[in-house]
Ligand binder design. Structure first.
Ligand code: NDP
Length: 448
C-alpha cells in the first residue's frame, strides 16, 4: 500500500461515494474523494431532498383548500411565490451540502474539487493534470437524466433544471411516466401549472403493482392532468413567442411553455477512462460482482453507475458494504430482496416485495387482500380520493410476499410495514395485532 498515494481513491461524492469514503477512513484507510460538482450528489443536490421539500410546498395548495371545511377562514385565492419556495429549498440544500462536506473532513477524507478520470487499474488523472495513485479506486459517479434523441430536444429541461426555474410554466409537458415524471407532475399541478404527461407505452410506473398505479392514473386524471400514451417524440419546435410545440406519434401536437424530460437516467461513465482501463461496461453501467468489484481487480463501483437498483439507500448500503469488506475486516454483501420504494406522487404510493402478477408467476398459489377506503380527512374535506392497500401472500404459508399502497402518507406507513414483510411475517400475524384507531395504517391489520 505504501507505494500508492492513497489506500482508496473515490470518484464521486454522492450518497454511495460519501458513505464509502467516510467508513473506509474511519476503518483507518487513507482516502481521497474527487467531486466535480457538489458534495452530496444527485439525491441531496438535485434529487430526493429538494424534490421532497417542493412536494411539501406544493401540498399546501390542497391543504389550504381543505382547511375551509375544517373551519378555517382561507381566502379563495391564496398567493404563492415560487421564488420564496425555490430559494428556501436551495438554502436547505446548501446546508446539507455543508454537513456532508464537514462529515468527510472530520473523518480525514481529502476532498478534491475536480473531475477525475481513470488512467489505469491504480491511477487517476485530475482535471488540472495531476496524477494520483491508489490501491483501490471506487467509481461512484452516479447517473444523469437521459434526453431523447429528437430534433429540438435542446429546448427541453430535465429535473436538474427544475429546481432553479425563474418562474413556473403555465403549461408543462413531462415526457416519461416513471418516478420523476409522476413526482414532478404532482408538484407542477399543485403549484398551478397545467400538466401533460406523455409516454412511449401505455403504462405509468412500470414495475409497480397494477391496481396501485391504475389508482394513481385515475386520481391524476380526476385532478386534471392529461396523459398521452403510445406517444414517441417526433420533434419539438420553438415558436417566436417562446412556446414549445411537441410533435409526437399517435397524437395531435401539443403546445406548452416548458417540456421536461424524465425518461430514465444514464450512468455517468462517458469519458471516464473505464473501458480503456479494462473495466467492462453494459449500456454504460459498470458491471460488478456481489463485492462491488468490476472486471478490474482494483476498481470497484457502487450506486447508480452500476444500474442495479437506482435508489439512494441502496447506494449507501453498497458504499458501506464495500468499506466494511475491504477496510473493516467485515465481509458484507447487500441483500437486494424486499427493498421498499415509494413514489412521492400526489397522492404518494409505496411498495415492497412482489406485485400481484409477479407473485402469481413465481408462486402459483397466492392470496390477495385489499382495503379500498376513503381516508377520514378526505371525507370531511369533501375530497373524493380513495386510498388502496394491497397485501399479496403465499397461498400455501400465508407469508406476506408483497405490500402495495397508495394514499396519504403511505411511504411513512410502508417503511414500518416493510420490516414485517422482510422478517417474513404472515397475514395472520398482522391480524393478531390490534388496530390503532383511528388511523389509515390500521387498514393493514384489517384487510379482507
Ligand atoms: P423511470 O425509469 O422511473 O421512468 C422512465 C420513464 O421514461 C418510463 O415511463 C419509460 O417508459 C420512459 N422512457 C424510458 N426510456 C425512454 C426513451 N428512450 N424514450 C421515451 N421514453 C422513455 O426513470 P426516471 O427518470 O423517472 O427516474 C430515474 C430513476 O431514479 C428511477 O428509476 C428511480 O430508481 C430513481 N428515482 C427514485 C425516486 C424515489 O425513490 N422516489 C424518485 C426519482 C427517481 P416505459 O416504462 O413505458 O418504457
Amino acid at each position: 500500500m505504501a507505494d500508492y498515494d492513497y489506500d482508496l481513491f473515490v470518484i464521486g461524492a454522492g450518497s454511495g461515494g460519501t458513505r464509502a469514503s467516510r467508513v473506509a477512513a474511519a476503518h483507518g484507510a487513507k482516502v481521497a474523494v474527487a467531486e466535480e460538482y457538489r458534495v452530496g450528489g444527485a439525491c441531496v443536490i438535485r434529487g430526493c431532498v429538494p424534490k421532497k421539500l417542493l412536494i411539501y410546498g406544493a401540498h399546501f395548495a390542497e391543504d389550504l383548500k381543505d382547511a375551509k371545511r375544517f373551519g378555517w377562514q382561507v381566502p379563495d385565492q391564496c398567493d404563492f411565490d415560487w421564488k420564496t419556495l425555490r430559494d428556501n429549498v436551495l438554502e436547505e440544500v446548501d446546508r446539507i451540502n455543508g454537513a456532508y462536506t464537514q462529515t468527510l473532513e472530520t473523518h480525514g477524507v481529502e476532498i478534491i474539487h475536480q473531475r477525475a478520470t481513470v488512467t489505469g487499474p491504480n491511477s487517476v488523472r485530475l482535471a488540472d493534470g495531476t496524477e494520483k495513485t491508489a490501491a483501490r479506486i471506487l467509481i461512484a459517479v452516479g447517473a444523469h437524466p437521459a434526453v431523447p434523441d429528437c430534433p429540438g430536444a435542446e429546448h427541453g429541461i430535465t429535473s436538474n433544471e427544475a429546481f432553479h426555474l425563474d418562474a413556473l410554466p403555465k403549461r408543462i409537458l413531462i415526457a416519461g411516466a416513471g418516478y420523476i415524471a409522476n413526482e414532478f407532475a404532482g408538484i407542477f399541478h399543485q403549484l398551478g401549472s397545467h400538466v401533460t404527461i406523455m409516454n412511449r407505452t401505455q403504462d405509468i410506473l412500470r414495475g409497480y403493482d397494477l391496481s396501485i398505479r391504475d389508482r394513481l392514473l385515475q386520481i391524476s386524471m380526476m385532478k386534471g392532468l392529461e396523459f398521452k400514451f403510445d406517444a414517441n417524440f417526433e420533434r419539438l419546435d420553438k415558436g417566436e413567442d417562446g412556446c414549445l410545440t411537441v410533435h409526437m406519434s399517435n397524437h395531435e401536437p401539443v403546445t406548452v411553455d416548458m417540456v421536461m424530460f424524465a425518461t430514465g437516467r444514464v450512468p455517468n461513465t462517458e469519458g471516464l477512462g473505464l473501458e480503456e482501463a479494462g473495466v467492462t461496461l453494459e449500456k454504460g453501467a459498470v458491471v460488478v460482482d456481489d463485492q462491488n468489484r468490476s472486471s478490474v481487480e482494483s476498481i470497484f463501483a457502487v450506486g447508480d453507475v452500476t444500474n442495479r437498483v437506482q435508489l439512494t439507500p441502496v447506494a449507501i448500503r453498497e458504499g458501506q458494504a464495500f468499506a466494511d469488506t475491504f477496510y473493516g475486516d467485515k465481509p458484507t454483501t447487500v441483500d437486494y430482496t424486499n427493498i421498499p420504494a415509494a413514489v412521492f406522487s400526489h397522492p404518494p404510493m409505496a411498495g415492497v416485495g412482489m406485485t400481484e402478477s409477479e407473485a402469481k408467476q413465481k408462486l402459483g398459489s397466492i392470496r390477495v387482500y385489499s382495503s379500498d377506503f376513503r381516508p377520514m380527512k378526505n371525507v370531511l374535506a369533501g375530497r373524493n380520493e380513495r386510498a388502496l392497500y394491497k397485501m399479496v401472500c403465499d397461498g400455501e404459508t400465508g407469508r406476506i410476499v408483497g405490500l402495495h399502497m397508495i394514499g396519504p402518507d403511505v411511504p411513512e406507513i410502508l417503511q414500518a410495514a416493510a420490516i414485517a414483510v422482510k422478517a417474513g411475517l404472515t397475514k395472520a400475524q398482522f391480524d393478531d395485532t390490534v388496530a390503532l384507531h383511528p388511523t389509515m395504517a390500521e387498514e393493514l391489520v384489517l384487510m379482507k
